[in-house]
Design a protein around this ligand. Structure first.
Ligand code: DGJ
Length: 736
């Protein structure tokens, strides 16, 4: 028994060092013509094959330096119906030479030629970066493939730059960032995320079968419906922490597509980038088009391990404050309490109450500007409404500061109500097809941010707002998707470029604002989680995952969100009960515990609270501040998932140094008197002693005050939860 324990302990130490292997290398072996990239626990290799194409060779757990990989040989095809060009996996296939699978690049030349065959030209290695240049076999079209491997997580960043060196313009009809490949197997399982407004982040899990599964948005924006993230597991593992998992996320906030295809040889290809639907980018001689970045990673530690790697990567590499993002402050937002009815007096009264419970940031939501009484008017008119704020914003901001909080404000810069001065002055500024109806959503139209004048207007008013007022935070909203995506002001063959140029301008505004106002933080919101991706997260510090604030629905919304995104950006408000979504009633404590699994906010009507509510809130916020670093920046373990009608749900977050763990447990509804399943913790230091601290009331029963990491993980904890919508939470602190 003792030797088994020792073995387990040794395995843990090994796993620990293995998990934190931190080196990256990129090499090219001239003899075999094989490129190898290593980072974290991952090796990635591809070769130049006998036809001069780039052919993937390996993507998975780190191999030894001398392991044989290559040379790459073209697959001879399956029959006359499946030609070698298509059967051979390629790093970045052009559409030509009989490719029946999803191409990475499709071009129409002015003479009608649509055949594109990309061959290796040269490459350059710089530290953990690799650039490989490809060229069409006949025409002067170049593609530079860019690779960068992260030393810590082994996550690869891939993108492509397409250059037209011919003497005539060409039309790009499809441009992916990358094509990833997995070797032939009939046992792959796909995870992906689906949703809709107020019902985002549903985790889908299905076997990969021959044919294609297309994940996409045609909406001009990332969308609530699919998220540009996938994970593929070899074998159907029923736990979170075992199994080989490949995963990827596309950094693009406009229309996108990821196609997961199993070919006739059972190989799997994952191709993602700009959505080719309605796509067209005219590349004049000398011009370039750069694709978004498609990130991809691998882990041996199951879907839970995949999420943890991605979280770590987002915090260290993606977020604007990477590698050490500041913890999210506890905020208050009155949207659900007051909707558009914001006034100086009303907001000040709420601010006083919010300060009493320990809120650190006070945010005024929609309704403070123009003639904004409801959602019918005012968007686009970014002056302070004098009826609601007779003395401007300054008195409220000063009041908020005097209460020890910083101040944030809501904006929706990309939109306009037809009932606004802006639209009356510039009806041509919106996306539209000349002479056609303009379909409204929430009584608003989308400004065409691809236009330079619109870009300048948006940057200008935001810059002014931030320069004239002491504002620490912008909540940047975006409450509809595109319709009639026309751009009549430019030549017909350039109008489809709107999909690319709009987003480039959006990113450039965010970038410039951050540079000019470096202390301002930004929340990305799109009617909830309608525009969450690694592209926008490069410029925004947090996101609003859903307008659905029902604390029980939130358990699965938050669970799904964290498959792809770190809880460090996941805002979660405590709102009123019964909640407006399902008319469900829950205790204030339950609502807090649900929200404390992410970045805590309060969105309830504080004017309706009694003394007991204030005391509960103050206590929970104090407790939250003790664990927020662990929750926001630690390793998340899904101990019991709320998915698939589960009656229970448990999450655990563990600090990076393993000094603290915090557990949140929820019971939906007791059935047949079953006890709550014993909770076995993970990720602790087996040999350390941890002291137990209850965030909620200490339950009856014989629970130790302290025990070893091994005890909490192997013996586990019994929680005394019975009834409906019950919840409890505790933390463990390493004893010195
Ligand atoms: C949608 C957001 O998701 C809400 O939180 C709120 O800000 C409203 N828009 C305001 O119009």
């Amino acid at each position: 028994m003792r030797s088994v324990r020792l073995l387990v302990a040794a395995a843990f130490v090994l796993m620990y060092t293995y998990t934190f292997a931190q080196s990256a290398s990129v090499t090219f072996e001239a003899q075999t013509r094989v490129f190898r990239m290593e980072g974290g626990n991952v090796s990635y290799a591809f070769g130049i094959n006998d036809a001069n194409e780039l052919q993937p060779l390996y993507w998975g757990a780190r191999l030894s330096a001398g392991d044989p990989l290559g040379p790459a040989h073209r697959n001879q095809g399956h029959a006359s119906f499946d030609l070698p060009s298509g059967s051979t996996l390629q790093e970045f296939p052009g559409w030509g030479e009989g490719l029946y699978y999803e191409p990475a690049l499709k071009i129409t030349f002015p003479d009608g030629n649509r055949d594109l065959v990309l061959h290796y030209v040269d490459h350059a290695i710089d530290g953990n970066q690799l650039k490989v240049r490809l060229k069409d076999i006949e025409r002067e079209v170049y593609v530079e493939l860019q690779y960068q491997i992260d030393p810590k997580t082994g996550i690869l960043a891939r993108s492509a730059v397409i250059t037209n060196k011919t003497s005539a313009p060409l039309m790009i009809e499809e441009a992916a960032a990358a094509s990833w490949s997995l070797p032939n197997s009939k046992d792959y399982w796909l995870y992906y995320l689906t949703g809709r407004w107020a019902g985002e982040w549903n985790v889908q899990h299905e076997a990969i079968r021959p044919g294609a599964r297309v994940l996409e948005s045609r909406r001009g924006s990332t969308g609530h419906q699919n998220n540009p993230w996938f994970a593929i597991e070899r074998g159907d593992h029923h736990d979170q922490d075992t199994g080989d998992v490949w995963f990827g996320a596309l950094a693009w906030s406009g229309s996108w597509r990821i196609t997961i295809q199993q070919d006739v040889l059972d190989q799997v290809r994952i191709t993602g980038g700009y959505n080719p639907f309605d796509f067209g980018y005219k590349l004049a001689p000398g011009e370039q088009l750069e694709t978004p970045v498609f990130y991809g990673g691998f882990t041996l530690h199951g879907i839970g391990g995949a999420s943890r790697l991605l979280h770590q990567f987002e915090l260290a590499r993606i977020l604007p404050q990477a590698p050490k993002p500041r913890p999210r402050p506890v905020l208050y937002n009155s949207w659900e309490a007051t909707t558009f009815n914001v006034t100086e007096q009303g907001q000040e009264a709420l601010a006083e109450k919010a300060a009493k419970i320990g809120v650190e940031r006070f945010v005024i939501d929609d309704g403070w500007f123009g003639q904004r009484k409801d959602d019918h008017a005012g968007l686009g008119d970014w002056y302070v409404n004098k009826q609601k704020f007779p003395n401007g914003l300054k008195p409220l901001i000063e009041k908020v500061h005097s209460l020890g909080m910083d101040f944030g404000i809501w904006v929706e810069p990309e939109m306009v109500n037809p009932d606004s001065d802006l639209y009356r002055k510039h009806p041509d500024w919106v996306l539209n097809f000349a002479g056609r109806p303009r379909t409204e959503g929430r009584n608003q139209l989308v400004l065409n941010l691809a236009r330079q004048d619109v870009r300048d207007f948006i940057f200008g008013f935001l810059d002014k707002l931030l320069s004239e007022n002491d504002i620490a935070f912008l909540k940047w909203d975006d409450n509809r998707n595109w319709s009639e995506p026309g751009w009549p002001a430019v030549a017909p063959d350039e109008q489809k470029e709107v999909y690319v140029r709009y987003m480039q301008n959006l990113y450039s505004i965010l970038k410039e604002l951050r540079a000019k106002h470096p202390n301002v933080e930004i929340e990305d919101c799109s009617g909830g989680g309608g525009r969450v991706d690694l592209g926008i997260l490069h410029y925004t510090d947090e996101v609003w995952p859903s307008d659905n604030t029902d604390p029980f629905d939130r358990l699965s919304i938050q669970d799904g969100f964290t498959y792809a995104y770190t809880p460090g950006v996941m805002m979660a408000w405590v709102t009123d009960s019964p909640n407006w979504v399902n008319r469900r009633s829950t205790s204030l404590e339950y609502r807090f515990l649900s929200s404390m699994q992410g970045s805590l906010g309060v969105g309830a009507n504080l004017n309706l609270w009694n003394d007991e509510d204030f005391a509960t809130a103050k206590h929970m916020i104090e407790e939250y501040k003790q664990v927020r670093d662990t929750v926001q920046h630690g390793a998340l373990y899904r101990i019991i998932s709320p998915e698939n009608g589960s009656e229970e749900s448990v999450t655990e977050s563990v600090a990076d140094n393993h000094d603290q763990a915090v557990v949140f447990a929820f019971l939906h509804s007791s059935q047949m008197g079953h006890p709550f399943p014993r909770v076995f913790l993970r990720g602790l230091d087996r040999n350390a002693q941890y002291r137990l601290h209850w965030i909620t009331e200490r339950p009856e029963g014989h629970l130790p005050e302290s025990a070893s990491g091994a005890y909490w993980m192997d013996h586990g904890v019994d929680l005394d939860l019975r009834g409906d919508f019950q919840a409890t939470a505790f933390r463990l602190d390493r004893m010195q």
